[in-house]
Design a protein around this ligand. Structure first.
Ligand code: ATP
Ligand code: MG
Length: 389
């Protein structure tokens, strides 16, 4: 019975989805997301009442499947189960083989998803516990604080036996909270912001700004790599790559240098909102964190926020410390890529002393110095290159 092919993975869903009229909507999206996260491995995913079953996989794929299930939002927990037919003899025979020899106390927890099974849960736990005790003299029962719990889940066709639960990411299935456009840089913060936004169910598109030839091809490739690393969490998405070169040249030529970054940020927000309207995204997401750098004082955030007309701007990291963000970046596997030393478009024309408390009137005045500012914005969006992640 220890053959891998006789193992299934039982995937549990966050409790809140089990209620209310959105249940089917949540479960349908979660089903889609689980299947898409497991692409690249051979398996079957089955939808059951209030849960999913992954089966038909090979031993070699098991670790991979577990790793990827651990990245799907909306999954509460999952267990690798041993499988047998749904009759007492089969359950007992399998359970006897699964008793660990290094443990002293145990209990059995039964659950019937098929109520036609002739014993109720209490009777099954008691009967099976008794049979295990008879066969294994080193064990005793401890209902309150056992060394291990044998979980038995009786279904119509199969029954599942397991003793471990692996915690999932929690959160909401991606797609259940609408569609957001993420500003994705090559830094540490925005990929983390992306994963956190996905955690609450937002489906993403992303926009990246470069200023080629002042920034390199490698800098762009790094962002594509980051996008791929976060995609098991976010699901597949489109990355829109847009050039701000002409805008930055204009800021450099016409405007006060201390405002260069503020003006670039404002342009990024304008372009993002414009694209968001086109692709029907309902919010903008960025990786800003209050006070982290000169461009993230509350006045700087105000200066960029004020050019966004209608969409909400979501900043998942606004009150996180850098150390907390780095910890998450390591957890999500983005950190090592984020710290690769390629320049960002913000560093291309870096002013020696950027303003830390920009004024909106002053920003507007500086923008008016550029004769064809609106055209430059329009042209920037026309440079878009779309990469499917
Ligand atoms: P990150 O680590 O995400 O780059 P940061 O600490 O470098 O953040 P900033 O450079 O001030 O902070 O950027 C703040 C946010 O603005 C970023 O998190 C990102 O959402 C957005 N942003 C900055 N540069 C770019 C870019 N080149 N393309 C797209 N978005 C950007
Ligand atoms: Mg950055």
């Amino acid at each position: 019975m220890n053959n891998q092919m006789n193992k299934h993975i039982l995937v549990r869903v966050g409790e809140i989805f089990l209620k209310g009229k959105n249940k089917n909507f949540f479960e349908t999206l979660l089903f889609r997301n689980i299947k898409s996260a497991l692409k690249g491995t051979e398996q079957t995913v089955r939808r059951e009442r209030n849960r999913f079953i992954v089966c038909d996989f090979s031993e070699e794929d098991l670790d991979n499947i577990l790793t990827n299930l651990g990245k799907v939002f909306g999954v509460h927990s999952f267990s690798v189960c041993h499988v047998c037919e749904s009759n007492y003899e089969s359950i007992n025979a399998l359970a006897q083989t699964l008793v660990p020899f290094d443990k002293k106390t145990f209990r059995v927890n039964s659950n019937r998803s098929d109520k036609r099974f002739p014993m109720n849960s209490m009777e099954l736990s008691r009967e099976l516990g008794g049979d295990i005790l008879n066969a294994h003299s080193h064990l005793s029962v401890d209902l309150h604080n056992p060394d291990f719990i044998l979980f038995v889940d009786v279904g119509t066709e199969f029954s599942y036996i397991y003793s471990d639960k692996i915690m999932g990411m929690g959160g909401m299935p991606v797609g259940t909270a609408g569609h957001g456009l993420l500003l994705l840089s090559g830094g540490i913060d925005s990929p983390v912001a992306a994963v956190l936004a996905s955690k609450r169910g937002l489906e993403l598109s992303a926009i990246h700004f470069h200023s080629y030839p002042y920034t390199s091809e490698q800098a762009k490739q790094k962002v594509i790599d980051l996008a791929k690393i976060i995609s098991p969490y976010t699901g597949s998405f489109k990355l829109y790559i847009v050039s701000t070169t002409k805008l930055q040249e204009a800021f450099n030529k016409h405007c006060e240098s201390s405002y260069a970054i503020t003006l670039l940020r404002r342009a990024m927000m304008r372009l993002s909102e414009e694209l968001a309207f086109k692709i029907k995204a309902e919010c903008i997401i960025n990786g800003e964190s209050l006070g982290q750098v000169a461009s993230q004082t509350i006045q700087s955030i105000g200066a960029t926020n004020s050019v966004v007309n209608t969409l909400p701007v979501i900043r998942p990291l606004i009150c996180f410390d850098k150390s907390e963000i780095i910890e998450l970046a390591k957890k999500f596997d983005t950190y090592e890529t984020s710290i690769l030393p390629f320049e960002d478009c913000c560093t291309a024309f870096l002013p020696s002393s950027p303003v830390t408390r920009p004024k909106n009137e002053k920003s507007e005045k500086e923008e008016k110095r550029i004769p064809n500012y609106d055209d430059l914005l329009k042209e920037a969006l026309e440079t878009v290159e779309i990469v499917k992640i």
